[in-house]
Design a protein around this ligand. Sequence first.
Ligand code: ADP
Ligand code: MG
Length: 381
Amino acid sequence: MTPPDILRLDTVTKRYSPHLPPAVDHVSLALGQGEILGLLGPSGCGKTTLLRLIAGFEQPDEGDVYLTGQSVSGSTWLPPERRDVGIVFQDYALFPHLTVEKNVAFGLQRRGPGAGAKTGRGGAPSAAAVQQHTEAAIALVGLEGLKHRFPHELSGGQQQRVALARALAPRPAIILLDEPFSNLDVQVRLYLRQEVRDILRQVGASGVFVTHDQEEALALADRVAVMNQGHLEQLDTPERVYDQPASRFVAEFVTQANFLPAQPSPQGWKTEVGCFALEGGADPATGLADLMVRQEDIALVADAAGAAVVRDRQFLGREYKYCLQTPSGRWLYARLPVGPPIAIGSQAQVTVPSGRVRAYPSQGVTVASPGNNVLSIPAVN
Ligand code: ADP
Ligand code: MG
């Protein structure tokens, strides 16, 4: 018999107000043992609400949450302290008056019956067990020398390690991390995210990791769930989410790709900067489309007859980022390996390797202008 999923959400819906769209809208997904799910989406799309529903801080209006095969939010309601779940918050949420050691031990001491399988299910763990699990969790996050310090005596990165140790100490069935690195500077963030991934792997923990950072989700997760306005838009491997975005929203949010209005022609999809072939040959009968063109797929050749004008060029160390303007005034962004630069103001020809563009139903292209103002362009009729 296959073991039950660690976590399963069945059409979970949460409305904060009857007058507003649901914050979480019929979300269904399942998480296997040892799997790390990246929950990715823009601010306000419902990520924290979804975590709060899993943890039991919110009750769904519809649907149910299952933890290790047990319904916890339907006919039976399990309060947060009885769910076998560890949580790491964005703001660390450590107790300022407790040392590292006491912060970590806190999560073990307060676990009541029904939670914390490895600490003695059915009762509070012994002092010796608390001590042992505390030491192990502190060692796991590499803070052995700092266990007598108070949170204010630690850096942000160290505080977040304490929070992780506190959440992991009872060896919960699942760990939920809500944007755990967003208060840290970029260096610490990059380092810690790798470390957290290694730690979760080392203990075989299953986790849901919330982030609004595409790169973080792709780098950390076994599978990525992309949310938009309460809906789950795509649940897939990082590679497939990036390569085969299920919707225009996913393509835009995850890959920050360009979109060009296109119409079918015998040569492929015709756009104002050229014709692009689709892998496998798209059905031209589907009508108009918005064509996704990834920034890194564009090749540029300086050409007086080229359709695009180079308006700006930024040197980013490993690559150039070009800002191009199409004849109708749309902006296109292209990332090219460092080579002889194309002069600002010159015309350029835009090409894309065959099979790299994807067509989405036309909805009028929205393009970010160089000033970051969003310029809305109506659909082509
Ligand atoms: P995210 O974590 O992705 O930024 P949230 O889950 O915090 O999103 O919020 C989703 C939506 O629900 C937002 O529109 C937010 O304003 C709303 N919301 C969140 N918490 C509450 C609350 N306690 N009461 C009313 N509305 C809320
Ligand atoms: Mg949030």
